[in-house]
Every structure is written in structure tokens, then in C-alpha cells.
Write a protein that binds this ligand. Structure first.
Ligand code: FE2
Ligand code: FE2
Length: 148
């Protein structure tokens, strides 16, 4: 597949994850007595989908990006945001009240949305037109790490 097709697939996957995270976070608002299972659903999605995605891209997309001089600092900031998502996940897991869980879940969902959009606009869009970058191989390595 072409870089363009792979870039499109990557953006599509980001959109799905951002939407699912937002939907799950929103359920916390209306969950009433079931709020703890709603909190666990958000935490599970972060733990099982978002954080493995982040880890896999660190050794694939980000590794390619960091070798391009104009992306080095951006990649550093993206790695920092992964650690913030991780820490929000841990705090969410231990949040004792519905309102705290809702706040943390909403923060994680918004941060992920912005973070993924930064990848779309400032990393994937930079890699996509480059002839020395094979996005299909990069995505293949990511899937291997995620055992798809
Ligand atoms: Fe990321
Ligand atoms: Fe990503």
C-alpha cells in the first residue's frame, strides 16, 4: 500500500480511539450507581488500547520521526504526553469518587484527542510524502508489537 493509504489508515485508527475514549468517558457522567464499572471501562480502554498503541508507536513511528531533525523536539514532547496519559490512567484507576473519575477520564480523553491530532498533522503528514519513509513497514512493525 502507498504511504498515502497507510497515513489514512493511521488517521482513521486515531479517530476511532479518540471517539471510543470520549464515549466511555461520557458514560461516567450518567452512570449513577454503576459509576465504578464505568470508571473501570475507561481505565481498561486506556490500559488495553491506548497505552499499548503509545508504546508501539514509540519504537516505530516516533523512532522514524526522531531521526528527522525537524521532528526531534516534537517527538520528545509527544513522549512526555504519553507519560501524562499513563499517569492519568493510574490516577483514574484509584479515583474514589465519581466526580474525580469523571474529571480524570475527561482529561485523558481530551488529551488523547489533541495528542492524536498532533500526530496526524505534524508527524504522519510530514512522513507521508517522504520517499525515504516506508509507512507500510512502520505500520507492519506496529501491528507486530501489538500482536494483531
Ligand atoms: Fe502518541
Ligand atoms: Fe498514535
Amino acid at each position: 500500500m502507498s504511504n498515502q493509504e497507510i497515513a489514512q489508515a493511521m488517521r482513521g485508527h486515531h479517530a476511532i480511539m479518540a471517539q471510543q475514549l470520549q464515549d466511555l468517558a461520557q458514560k461516567l457522567e450518567t452512570a449513577e450507581s454503576a459509576w465504578q464499572s464505568a470508571r473501570e471501562a475507561v481505565a481498561a480502554y486506556l490500559t488495553n488500547e491506548v497505552l499499548p498503541h503509545a508504546a508501539a508507536e514509540e519504537s516505530t513511528v516516533y523512532r522514524v520521526g526522531t531521526n528527522l531533525a525537524n521532528l526531534t523536539k516534537l517527538i520528545e514532547s509527544m513522549l512526555y504526553e504519553h507519560t501524562v496519559i499513563q499517569s492519568l490512567t493510574e490516577r483514574l484507576q484509584g479515583s474514589p469518587t465519581q466526580s474525580q473519575a469523571l474529571t480524570l477520564a475527561a482529561q485523558a480523553a481530551k488529551l488523547f484527542e489533541v495528542h492524536a491530532e498532533k500526530e496526524n498533522r505534524f508527524i504522519i503528514a510530514v512522513l507521508e510524502p517522504r520517499e525515504d519513509v516506508d509507512l507500510e513497514a512502520v505500520l507492519g512493525d506496529m501491528h507486530q508489537l501489538l500482536a494483531y
